[in-house]
Design a protein around this ligand. Structure first.
Ligand SMILES: [Zn+2]
Ligand SMILES: [Zn+2]
Length: 281
């Protein structure tokens, strides 16, 4: 399984010299499965660059889109996804976290938020109805989990035929005041993962103002990783105000904590362009 980050930022794009190294685009991760199937996890502004690469490499014909939820930072790249503008292509969109979010397609392509209506997109947009869970997508099984986020969000565990396991868990507040899922249950959900990508937007000094906003503190994410023990943990959905220098410091602190408390877990701070290969364990 190949995993490539195209957008790692939360809430709103944050371009500029202070964020140039980690990147300013919002959530989008490409997953290429063992059988060659292409998945896009979220459609933040990073999706635009992914679409251009898929077209250039001749891999745009059928793309599977899995959305954590429909907040702007996870859907804003969709109108600018180049494969949509060629009738030879199909975008397969998987069910959303809840009924209210299912309305989003009408909302984003409604002639008000974007000049083209949903009926005028040249590509075929197929709404997948995978029925029973876990969903079958290409060579993988995709397990879903409801996360702690205002308005709801879903996380995914993608289990490929070759044994590679990826958990994508954003936007989620670990240790939320009234959780829909506890930290322990979420750790069980992504047991034996090769890579866990987790929302790490806040640090302890952001609290208590941002308590209940639906994002996690880095130290809580580390505690979670010590329970789940993935091979690798990627801090993700960085705050738009977090500079490259601040993310470097967060990474150093996180690495030191893990070295003491969960030395088997390798720490990554997600950045645009970071590409990983998962081989199963
Ligand atoms: Zn978000
Ligand atoms: Zn959100």
């Amino acid at each position: 399984m190949h995993v490539t980050f195209y957008g790692v930022r939360g809430s709103v794009p944050a371009p500029g010299p202070q964020t140039a190294r980690y990147g300013g685009n919002t959530s989008c991760v490409e997953v290429r499965l063992a059988d060659g199937t292409t998945l896009a996890l979220d459609a933040g502004t990073g999706l635009r660059a992914l679409g251009n690469i898929l077209v250039r490499e001749g891999r745009a014909e059928r793309v599977h889109l899995l959305l954590s939820h429909t907040h702007w930072d996870h859907v804003l790249g969709l109108p600018f996804f180049a494969p949509l503008w060629d009738k030879a292509n199909t975008l397969v969109v998987y069910p959303l976290a809840n009924e209210a979010q299912q309305r989003f397609q009408r909302n984003i392509f409604d002639d008000i938020h974007f000049p083209v209506s949903v009926h005028d997109i040249p590509a075929r947009v197929e709404l997948a109805r995978p029925g029973e869970r876990p969903w079958r997508v290409g060579s993988a099984l995709v397990h879903c989990v409801q996360l702690n986020h205002p308005g709801g969000a879903q996380g995914f565990l993608i289990e490929d035929a070759d044994g590679a396991r990826l958990a994508y868990l954003t936007d989620n507040e670990l240790n939320a005041p009234n959780p829909v899922i506890t930290t322990e249950a979420l750790a069980r959900f992504c047991e034996n993962a090769d890579l866990v990508i987790h929302d790490s937007q806040y640090v302890a000094s952001d609290m208590p103002q941002k308590l209940g906003w639906g994002h996690s503190q880095v130290d809580h994410v580390l505690g979670f990783a010590a329970l789940a023990e993935p091979l690798r943990l990627a801090l993700f959905h960085h705050d738009p105000d977090r500079t490259d220098a601040a993310l470097d410091r967060i990474g150093e602190g996180a690495r030191a904590w893990l070295a003491e408390h969960a030395p088997s877990v390798e720490l990554l701070v997600a950045s645009e362009g970071l590409a990983l290969e998962l081989v199963g364990r």
